[in-house]
Design a protein around this ligand. Structure first.
Ligand code: SAT
Ligand code: MN
Length: 631
């Protein structure tokens, strides 16, 4: 094995890695890292090992490599500076939940929303797959930190991967490279080892493909006690950027349980009222339900200012004042492209236009730009679609159906958070921002009103626990069926969901409730009988946020119903909005007969969750049931 080294360091062996930083003997943690890397190399047999420094030079070198390999296309420099376009294998386009495992030592520490396998058995399977899997490839070692490097307790990781696409994406999404390694070494801090391979060795004489993967043998495995992630066979975002869902949600949710904090699938938004008062909001929605849009909202009501802190993950810890403070552990947006345009999310478009981005599985325009459904109203006449086929507005792709979309519905942009024009100055703050409001949401055509305030923390946990949504393209599987998605964490909880809900309840029991965020439940996706959306959504969702703040400030009353506290229709500010009062009444209603239908679904869901479901949630269900049946 040949050691490629960071620039300026001499070739060969461990000495080059430790160039300029304390020697291995003095830094036990570094010795562990080097040892672990050596063990992985012995198993996977790469042609070279490269420690990533995260520099600009390294980025350009790897982008050149991706372009030379035919994996990436450079985009027109004038409109998409320093940006690339990538097409994956058509079988590697989303998270693979069926093949995602929580390998806790005891089976009862996982389930029923997780796939479980004995850690030893899983390692046996995966060692077999990893054996020689990096042959002919370079193994990249990526030290990274989730959250600011100057946090009190920064959470480090090291991802080993044979995918240069992953290295480039990790550079956008995390604080990685030399600064992360130096900080880790200086603190002699623990790190989460994250092993990733696309699973396609290149024996001498074989030619590489543009998107290597082994989609028939994908495993995304988590070892919660060991705090380790092993991923094999997929190069797609959520399966391969192991700092994101694997670490910052699945492994971190276990850390959070053990250490008394929360690792959640939530955006973080800063809102300033016309009076100049600042509020911070966290909101959980299932993948592809508009989290990125809400994180970058442009309020349509005058005088309100919204600023972005995070769009996907929130780590929340208690401050000395008893309030929950949220940090975004990431440094990039991995956003769903389709539906993102100047009309729906101008801030995301502005972020992208700054450049330095990766576009995956969107369509390519004839003048070297990218396009996706919903980006512009005007559909280009001719494109190359996400599969690389010639595509025309009139006939669709060559050899496909005329209705085939040009961009994959789960196509993504990967772009630096810092480029967001509405970035809040607190983005880098190591202690984060105090949360006033927590929102749960989902995509439902009916039943769930536009906004509903929880009676108290426990009821809020019940609302979160019963969260439901029609499925989207973010995960492989059927689109459009209702599934329960507790706290929008269904695919991301690293331990048993019953224990997870108990952890939420415990937070309410052990902290001053008056200092905890108020909890709301929203649904932007109500439809009328003709299937048309009833609420305009996007920037007009600021009207709903305003109502929440009016509630916090005691400016408006709410209507007590069995499902929660609903707004009086006249308290939703629809000034300047073309909506008739009947529609506002319709979206803010409690409809008893819809809830009579919903009750058994929630009952079945709780049955499915089993014996570990906290009794408090059974009580909440009983209360809801008797209220609904009396209504
Ligand atoms: O593919 S990811 O898991 O990173 C995105 C998502 O599903 O939210
Ligand atoms: Mn997400």
């Amino acid at each position: 094995t040949r050691q490629e080294t960071t620039k300026g360091a001499p070739e060969g062996g461990e000495a080059s890695l430790t160039q300029g930083i304390p020697t291995i003997g003095e830094v036990p943690r570094l010795a562990r890292l080097v040892e672990w890397v050596a063990r992985v190399a012995e198993l996977t047999r790469p042609a070279a090992i490269r420690y990533c420094d995260g520099s600009e030079t390294e980025w350009h070198e790897l982008v050149d490599l991706l372009v030379d390999k035919g994996c990436a296309t450079r985009l027109a420099e004038d409109r998409f500076p320093n940006s690339i376009y990538v097409r994956t294998d058509p079988d590697d386009v989303a998270r693979v939940e069926d093949q995602t495992f929580i390998c806790s030592v005891r089976e009862e520490d996982a389930g029923p929303l997780n796939n479980w396998m004995n850690p030893r058995a899983m390692k046996r399977i995966m060692r077999g797959l990893y054996e020689g899997c990096m042959e002919g490839r370079t193994m990249y070692v990526i030290p990274f930190c989730m959250g600011p490097l100057d946090a009190v307790d920064p959470k480090f990781g090291v991802e080993v991967t044979d995918s240069p696409y992953v290295v480039c994406s990790m550079r956008i999404m995390t604080r990685m490279g030399r600064p992360a390694l130096d900080e880790m070494v200086q603190r002699d801090a623990a790190f989460v080892p994250c092993l990733h391979s696309v699973g396609l060795p290149l024996p001498p004489g074989t030619k590489d493909v543009t998107w290597p993967c082994d989609s028939q043998h994908v495993y995304i495995s988590h070892f919660p006690e060991e705090r380790t992630v092993w991923s094999y066979g997929s190069g797609y975002g959520g399966n391969s950027l192991l700092g994101k869902k694997c670490y910052a949600l699945r492994i971190a949710s276990v850390m959070a349980r053990d250490e008394g904090w929360l690792a959640e699938h939530m955006l973080i938004l800063k809102l300033t009222s016309p009076q100049g008062k600042t509020y911070h909001i966290c909101a959980a929605f299932p993948s592809a339900c508009g989290k990125t849009n809400l994180a970058m909202i442009r309020p349509t009501i005058p005088g309100w200012k919204a600023e972005t802190i995070g769009d996907d993950i929130a780590w929340m810890r208690f401050g000395p004042d008893g309030r929950l403070y949220a940090v975004n552990p990431e440094t990039g947006f991995f956003g769903v492209a389709p539906g993102t345009g100047d009309a729906t999310n101008p801030n995301a478009m502005a972020t992208i236009r700054e450049g330095n981005s990766i576009f995956t599985n969107v369509a390519l325009t004839d003048d070297g730009g990218v396009w996706w459904e919903g980006m512009t109203e005007q559909v280009p006449e001719h494109l190359m679609d996400w599969r690389g086929r010639s595509w025309t507005r009139e006939y669709g792709p060559e050899g496909g159906r005329h209705t085939d979309k040009a961009a994959h519905p789960n196509s993504r942009f990967t772009t630096p958070t810092k480029q967001c024009p509405t970035l809040a100055e607190e983005f880098d703050s190591p202690r984060g921002v105090p949360i006033d409001i927590m929102i749960f949401g989902g995509r439902r055509e009916n039943t769930i009103p536009l906004v509903n305030e929880a009676h108290d923390w426990q009821h809020g946990v019940f609302l979160g626990a019963t969260c439901s949504s029609e499925t989207t393209a973010a995960a492989v599987g059927m689109v459009g069926v209702v599934r329960r998605d507790p706290m929008a964490m269904r695919p991301f909880i690293g331990y048993h969901v019953g224990d997870y809900l108990e952890h939420w309840l415990k937070i309410g029991r052990t902290h001053d409730r008056s200092r905890l965020p108020r909890i709301f439940y929203v649904n932007w996706f109500l439809k009328d009988a003709q299937g048309r959306f009833l609420w305009p959504g996007f920037g007009d969702n600021s009207r709903v946020l305003k109502w929440m703040i009016d509630r916090l400030e005691g400016r408006v009353d709410a209507i007590q119903t069995p499902i929660g506290l609903l707004p009086k229709p006249e308290d939703i500010d629809v000034n300047g909005l073309d909506i008739d009062p009947a529609t506002v009444r319709m979206v803010t209603r409690f409809v008893p007969h819809e809830w009579v239908d919903e009750l058994p679904r929630i009952g079945q869901w709780f049955d499915f969750l089993g014996d570990k479901l906290p009794t408090e949630l059974d009580e909440e269900y009983a209360r809801l049931r008797s209220g609904v049946l009396k209504a």
